[in-house]
Design a protein around this ligand. Structure first.
Ligand code: C2O
Ligand code: CU
Ligand code: CU
Length: 513
């Protein structure tokens, strides 16, 4: 029986929309959301090689600045063997090209919009001036409008810094080496537009990282994890307007993609590899484990978090990732004999989605890499300072019902409005922020980076370590963080990174003053 058949059986035969792991769940590992079932056969796992997105090349470089041009356009790719999928991609590919940038060196990206919808590009994890941060109403309208539409009606009613055709984003990158990513952030439409492919990696390196003997070259591999569903003809399936209300908690796919390929395989040598794990899913959460078969499990060594390298490496048996989070890990395949198959599994998922990808250990190889016991000397634990008095702010993430049965997601009781500002931290200051909720919400702040100091009144989990910009807030658990405001003055966002929640108003402004 096909995987699709199995899914239909577990959820009621014939239902196009099957109930997900749990719409509302106290199970701390489950995903919030609902599975949108694919039509047609699903691909068999572990048949296609892992693709690695190409690295973008600057069109020119000057002292201190690299200039890039990228075009958002429709492209056709083969994700499911033998079927074609139209993607909306940066340069027409999904994931988009990887930017390899340097700390403190300006990266200037001119984005051209050749799609038929407005877009917004946000560099997630970037410390970026507000004009280039990708505020949801700073629309980039397509160079050419869709038939019957004008630029005026596409600009809509939200005030914003609107551009037509192209926009230049400037990233000064006053931040250490880190795994960032870029993705669409258009007001009310981030979820469908990211689902169609508008996302890619943006890696920042620096001198401190250069000096570390970590695995590099083709043994430094970004892994973008996301789930998608497909229609019979191979196109992406996403709930249309009429079915959208059936997915208030989030849309889950039934095909696991890594770098845009379904359940791929990577041939590895029996050496150390660095993997930059990114959860780019709209709503899916992961509890990753390394299954070496016969009851044997491998382990990860975490070297970096959202915002950069840790002070020291930490071994992890499982990596829990909410949408938006990154984990920089090393896996040492010399722990497995040549010929081993090591499967990356997601124990937070059901059925075929418990598989993510597979590593085949195919040969011995010389390995000069190491994971040193000290990684970043510049990493310092934030402290509230003498006396311990820093401003404390509370942000409560909660659902309410809007008019009719329409659900809204709110922060401190308010759905997003461009003119309501929930906090005004001072540039250069540190504040204590408390996030609470009655549900699962991956809470993300733009520009500011934070350190988790407590979870449910207890010390943070191992996976909360390091500089974070996104933190998994679980039902009935208060997460406390010390937040540092460096960078720039201006308006930034705090929001839920479950993209369906985000599009249903779970965003807020804070002004750095
Ligand atoms: Cu990755 Cu405001 O988002
Ligand atoms: Cu962001
Ligand atoms: Cu949420």
């Amino acid at each position: 029986m096909s995987r699709r058949g199995l899914l239909a059986l577990t959820a009621g035969a014939g239902a196009a929309i099957t109930a997900g792991a749990a719409g509302w769940s106290r199970r701390t590992t489950a995903s919030t959301g609902r599975v949108l079932a694919s039509a047609g056969p699903l691909p068999r796992p572990f048949r296609v090689p892992l693709p690695v997105p190409p690295v973008a090349r600057p069109v020119r470089s000057e002292r201190g600045t690299d200039f890039y041009e990228v075009e958002q356009r429709e492209g056709t790719v083969e994700i499911l063997p033998g079927r074609k999928t139209a993607v909306w991609g940066y340069d027409g590919i999904f994931p988009g090209p990887t930017f390899a940038a340097r700390s403190g060196r300006r990266t200037v990206v001119q984005v051209r919009n050749s799609l038929t919808v407005p877009t917004v590009t946000h560099l997630h994890g970037g410390v970026t001036p507000p004009e280039s941060d990708g505020y949801p109403t700073d629309l980039l309208l397509p160079a050419r409008c869709a038939p019957g539409r004008t630029h005026e009606d596409m600009a809509g009613t939200h005030p914003g810094r609107t551009a037509v055709g192209y926009r230049t984003y400037e990233y000064p990158l006053p931040q250490p080496a880190a795994t960032l990513w870029y993705h669409d952030h258009r007001m009310d439409f981030s979820a469908p537009q990211v689902w169609r492919g508008l996302a890619g990696f943006f890696l920042v390196s620096d001198q401190e990282e250069d000096r570390l003997p970590l695995p590099g070259g083709d043994r430094d591999v970004p892994l973008m994890l996301c789930d998608r569903s497909f229609a019979e003809d191979g196109s992406f399936r996403y709930p249309g307007h009429h079915e959208h209300d059936a997915f208030p908690d989030g849309v889950l796919g039934d095909v696991q993609l890594v770098n845009g390929a379904p359940w791929p395989v990577l041939d590895v040598s029996a050496t150390r590899y660095r993997f930059r794990l990114l959860n780019a899913s709209n709503a899916r959460r992961y509890q990753l484990r390394l299954d070496a078969g016969d009851g044997k499990w491998g382990r990860f060594v975490q070297i970096g978090s959202d915002g950069g390298l840790l002070a020291a490496p930490q071994p992890l048996d499982t990596v829990g990732m909410a949408p938006g989070e990154r984990f920089d890990v090393v896996i040492d395949f010399s722990a497995f004999p040549v010929g081993s198959k090591v499967t990356l599994r997601n124990s937070a998922a059901e059925g075929g989605m418990r598989d993510v990808m597979r590593f085949h250990v195919v040969r011995e190889e010389r390995d000069d890499s190491r994971v040193p016991s000290r990684l970043s000397a510049s990493f310092k634990a934030l402290s509230p300072g003498p006396g311990g008095s820093v401003p404390v702010r509370r942000f409560d993430f909660r659902r309410t019902h809007g008019t009719g049965e329409r659900q809204m997601w709110t922060i401190n009781g308010r759905p997003f409005s461009t003119d309501i500002v929930l906090a005004t931290p001072r540039l250069g200051s540190v504040e204590r922020w408390r996030f609470s909720s009655d549900f699962h919400h991956p809470v993300h702040a733009h520009s500011a980076q934070f350190q988790v100091t407590a979870r449910g009144g207890r010390p943070p989990r191992a996976t909360d370590a390091g500089w974070k910009d996104t933190v998994d807030v679980r039902p009935y658990e208060v997460v406390e963080a010390l937040v540092r405001f460096t960078g720039y003055k201006g308006r930034y966002m705090l929001h839920c990174h479950n993209l369906e929640h985000e599009d249903m108003a779970m965003m807020a402004n804070f002004d750095v003053t």
